[in-house]
Design a protein around this ligand. Sequence first.
Ligand code: G1P
Length: 288
Amino acid sequence: MIKKAVIPAAGWGTRFLPITKAVPKEMLPIIDKPALSYIVEEAVNSGIEEILIIISTNKGAISSYFERNSDLEAFLAEKNKLNDIELIKHTSYGAKIFYTIQEEQLGLGHAVLQAEKFVGNEPFAVLLGDDVYVSKTEPALKQLINAYNEKKSTILGTLEVPDSDTKLYGICIPKDNTSKPIVELKGVVEKPQGKAPSNSAISGRYVLTPRIFELLKNQTRGAGGEIQLTDSILRLMDSEKVYSMDMQGKRYDIGSKIGYIEAIIDFALEREDLSQDLTNLLINKLKD
Ligand code: G1P
């Protein structure tokens, strides 16, 4: 059973400067909840009970969001705003949330390595905050956990990207003659320059075996001069099978500005309190 998840959230968020100078990228709101909230909700709905968030020293806003705030609860109680109290009380969806500080921003592999003690000797999930998934069936991570339960080996959540985008992702190299949906891999390459070996991109969800930590500890720097998780996953293939699986559902790349805006519009269109007003507003705007 996969009960632990790691969410790396220590980056500078340079694609969203200047706001990320003061507000962590993961705390940017999709309407009235931070992006991170949707990731935590997905993890909990996938059976995760304990979550380690890897933060940098200036990310107090993240822990404030998940902690109880008794002053605010008392204030709302005085005003008889009982619904609002419920809203602010359950921000962690019942998961136990822990934090650890990544002192230096040396890359995703280095961030995941900070989780070694928390994880111990069990398989675990990694969810990246830039990728928000909405699925009409099972949550994206749950789909991967089901695949892990079948294969008992590392699984990377993927999606197909166009040729023009392969340089932005870790790209999977399937073993020959492997069949879908769970695909055995013979390689992975981080942000390939030039022609990519496939269009299957790692997209923000992983189920990893704890052996990865041994490899991360002596991982040399790769693409972008960073310690890359993808490079250690490649070396993991020397000792165990690694699979990929396309996750079903809609993925929002909220690390990009247009993906972030799309997420806000789509989430609002799904909400009873906003859908009609937003539809009218968009129709009127498009008429202009
Ligand atoms: C990271 C990973 C990359 C993965 C991507 C997807 O890159 O290193 O392998 O494909 O996330 O979300 P980043 O987007 O942080 O540069």
